[in-house]
Design a protein around this ligand. Sequence first.
Ligand SMILES: [Fe+2]
Length: 383
Amino acid sequence: MGSCACRWPSLAGGSFWEIVDTAMQAKSRAKILIADDDPMVRGAVAKMLAVFGHEVIATASGEEALGKLTPDFDLVILDINMPGLDGFETMQRINRQDYGIPVIFLTGAGSMEYAVKAVNLGAYDFITKPISDIEQFHITINRAVEKRMYVLQERTYKEDLERQVREQTSELAEKNRLLQEYSHNLEVTTLDTMLTLQTALEEKDIYTAGHTARVSHYAVDIAQAMGLPPFEVEVLERACQVHDIGKLVIDISYISKPGPLSDEEWAMMRKHPIIGENIIKPLSFMSRELFIVRHHHERFDGKGYPDGLGGDELDIATRIITVADSYDAMTSKRSYRESMSVEQALVEMNRCAGSQFDPEVVKVFSEMIKGRISGGRQQEASA
Ligand SMILES: [Fe+2]
């Protein structure tokens, strides 16, 4: 129960009016919630705080105080011994609201145990009744209110900072998205341009028309059948689309002449992978494709060109493109020879598995082509 043995100083005292004067000059009017079951104490404290210039809401219990508590209060003053919720329980519930409102305990029971408990709960101060030193009481109230102002300022600052960070992060994410979109569009446009050039080159020669598209198609199918990750498949597809871009630079008009190429013509032809690599080297987004373009005429046994790499020195994407590229060359007509049938090409591919080609890639590719032939026949039969 709250103390009723109060000795409240007379409001007519000279020093008190000095305090009142100071209070009247205070910049802010605080909103203070009081809970004390003793009407006399409650009334006296409320009157003093009102004279200090504050807005006061006085309640007779912890429950009532909690019912009136809103985030716009600047200070809560709690009696400790009250019926129902005592001051400590009331403060525990106030803490759960996380409003950051300072709490001052005002009690007639000024034991050390109470003081420790109040501090442990995070109370701002602990004042024993009766209040004999009005000046000190006023200072304590003002400091508590100031603390509340700091807490609010800090919260506002933190919220502003968080909002700014959120806005800047969102702005940055949007810029990044636009940059990525721009970069992607630039990549697509560059690749399209190169593909158009290569297709134009192929179209000049009826024997090579459609070669790039077919090689890309075969290679992607093999890569997917072998379970390569989507990113690797994309790299392989882009490499296929530019694998013969080097032929744009060298004069290969002799390619359509009847009969086999001379040693000199072959030597010229064998330069196209390196030239192709040099063409795409300035394109940073195609760094992964460089290796495939340079080595698409290597052999599994290391007897290919330009560097004679073989086996594990060639990555799986390069081993796939050599199979796709050679198969299309075998099944396409040349000026100096007829094209092989699909069956003949598969026999040749399997004969060269382990020497020119990676046997595993040939196996997957052969099964794929055979499956398509068999599927085609079944469709024809059911038509
Ligand atoms: Fe080539």
